[in-house]
Design a protein around this ligand. Structure first.
Ligand SMILES: *Cc1c(COP(=O)(O)O)cnc(C)c1O
Length: 419
C-alpha cells in the first residue's frame, strides 16, 4: 500500500501537545472499561470507523451533493459520499439515501421540512409511551411548529394501540404519521401504519433511529418497503459514527435533498460521511447479521433474567435491542435505580414507563440495551450475570462496591478497544 497516509489520530502527539484534553480521552476509556454499558442508544464504533472520523476529510467544504458542489476540489470527497450512498442503498434497498444529516434530530427536521408546512397536523407516538422529543414535544421544534396529535400504547398489553392510531388519523386527518420510537421494546407493524396512512392520505415517516442496525442485520423487518421517508441515526445499533440519514422514495428524493441542504444544514461533515460509508460497509458483511441477531437474543435473556429477579419488563419482554423495566415491585424509582447502578459501574438510564405515575425526572423505570455489551462479545451467560447484578444493587445500595468489582472484571474479560 506504500507509505502510511497521515490520518491525524496520533494519540502520542495529542498527549504531548494537550495533556489536559488527552487525559479526558484516557479517563473516558477507563470509565468504559471499568463497567458495563447498557445505554440502549450507544455502541462502540470500530477502529476503522474511528480512523475515518479522525481523518483530514474534516477539512473539506463540500456544500451540495456528489458531482454538484458549491466548492472546488470536491472530486475526492465525492467518492466517499457516493460510497456511503451506494452502500446504504444496497443495505436497505432504498430508492434514495441522503447521508448528510448531522444527527437523528436533524434527519427528522429535514423530513418535516420536506413534507410539511408550519401548522400542519402530525400524528406521532406519545413521548411518555416511548416516542422521541422530535415527535412533538413542546420543548422541541416539532411541538412548537406543528400541531401534533399523540397515540400511545394500550394499558393492558403495553403494545401500540393500532385501533387508536386509526381512529385518531380518521378524526384529525394528519398530513404525516410518524412511527418509530426511542423506548418501545416491541416490533412495530409498518404495514398497518402504511394502511392507515393510505386511508387518510398522509405521508408515512418511519423514524428507525434505534432499530436501523437491527434492520440492517435482518433481525427486525425493514421499514423501507412501507414508509415514504425513513430517518435514522448511524451511531446506535448500526455501530457507526455519530450522525443521521434519510431514505426515501424516488419521488421525494429532490425534496429531501433540498431540505437537508440548503434548508437546514450548511456543509456536510465529510469525515463523518466517510465514516458512515465504513459503517455501512461493515453492516453489509455477513458477520453483522450475526451481531444483530445476538443483540436481540441478549436483550431477551436480559429481560427474562430481570423478570425472574422480580422486576417486570414492560409488555412482558422484547423483540429488539432494548427492554423497559418497571421497578415498582422493587419499590425503587428509575432515578434511584439509575444512581445505584452508576455507583456499581453499570451505566443505564431511568425511563418513563407507559402511564407512569412519577414525573419524568423520577420515573418508575429503567431502559437497558445490549448493543454495547454484544459488540464486546458478551452472550447469554453474561446477560444473566448482569441481570443479577442490577437486581441486587437496585435493592441494596451497600452492594455497590462488590458489584462494581464484578462489573469491571466482566468488562475486562470482554475488553473494549483492546490495545
Ligand atoms: C436517538 C433518536 C433520535 C435523535 O437522534 P440524535 O442523533 O440524538 O439527534 C431521533 N429519533 C429517535 C426515535 C431516536 O431514538
Amino acid at each position: 500500500m506504500g507509505a502510511e497516509p497521515y490520518y491525524g489520530p496520533d494519540f502520542g502527539l495529542l498527549h504531548r501537545q494537550d495533556p489536559e484534553l488527552a487525559r479526558v480521552l484516557l479517563d473516558e476509556l477507563d470509565r468504559l472499561r471499568g463497567g458495563i454499558q447498557l445505554i440502549a442508544s450507544e455502541n462502540f464504533a470500530s477502529p476503522a470507523v474511528l480512523a475515518a472520523l479522525g481523518s483530514t476529510l474534516t477539512n473539506k467544504y463540500a456544500e451540495g451533493y456528489p458531482g454538484r458542489r458549491y466548492y472546488a476540489g470536491c472530486e475526492v470527497v465525492d467518492r466517499a459520499e457516493q460510497l456511503a450512498i451506494d452502500r446504504a442503498k444496497r443495505l436497505f434497498g432504498a430508492d434514495h439515501v441522503n447521508v448528510q444529516p448531522h444527527s437523528g434530530a436533524s434527519a427528522n427536521l429535514a423530513a418535516y421540512a420536506a413534507l410539511l408546512q408550519p401548522g400542519d397536523t402530525v400524528l406521532a407516538m406519545e413521548l411518555s409511551h416511548g416516542g422521541h422529543l422530535t415527535h412533538g414535544s413542546r420543548v422541541n421544534f416539532s411541538g412548537r411548529w406543528f400541531d401534533v396529535v399523540a397515540y400511545g400504547v394500550r394499558r393492558d398489553t403495553e403494545l401500540i394501540d393500532y385501533d387508536e392510531v386509526r381512529e385518531l388519523a380518521l378524526r384529525h386527518q394528519p398530513k404525516m404519521i410518524i412511527c418509530g420510537a426511542t423506548a418501545y421494546p416491541r416490533e412495530i407493524d409498518f404495514a398497518v401504519f402504511r394502511g392507515i396512512a393510505d386511508e387518510v392520505g398522509a405521508w408515512l415517516l418511519a423514524d428507525v433511529a434505534h432499530t436501523i442496525g437491527l434492520m440492517a442485520g435482518g433481525a427486525l423487518p425493514s421499514a423501507v418497503p412501507y414508509a415514504d421517508v425513513v430517518t435514522f441515526t448511524t451511531h446506535k445499533a448500526l455501530r457507526g459514527p455519530r450522525g443521521g440519514g434519510v431514505m426515501c422514495t424516488g419521488e421525494l428524493a429532490a425534496k429531501i435533498d433540498r431540505a437537508v441542504f440548503p434548508f437546514i444544514q450548511g456543509g456536510p461533515l465529510m469525515h463523518a460521511v466517510a465514516a458512515k460509508a465504513v459503517a455501512f460497509g461493515e453492516a453489509l458483511r455477513p458477520e453483522f447479521a450475526g451481531y444483530a441477531r445476538q443483540v436481540v437474543a441478549n436483550a431477551r435473556v436480559l429481560a427474562d433474567a430481570l423478570a425472574a429477579e422480580g422486576v417486570r419488563p414492560v409488555s412482558g419482554g422484547t423483540d429488539s435491542h432494548l427492554a423497559l423495566i418497571d421497578l415498582r415491585e422493587a419499590g425503587v424509582s428509575g432515578a434511584v435505580a439509575e444512581q445505584r447502578c452508576t455507583a456499581a459501574g453499570i451505566t443505564l438510564n431511568r425511563n418513563a414507563i407507559p402511564y407512569d405515575p412519577e414525573p419524568p425526572t423520577v420515573t418508575s423505570g429503567i431502559r437497558v440495551g445490549t448493543p454495547c455489551v454484544t459488540t464486546q462479545g458478551m452472550g447469554p451467560e453474561q446477560m444473566k450475570e448482569v441481570a443479577s447484578m442490577i437486581a441486587q444493587v437496585i435493592r441494596n445500595p451497600d452492594a455497590a462496591g462488590e458489584i462494581r468489582e464484578r462489573a469491571a472484571a466482566l468488562s475486562k474479560i470482554h475488553q473494549i478497544y483492546p490495545s
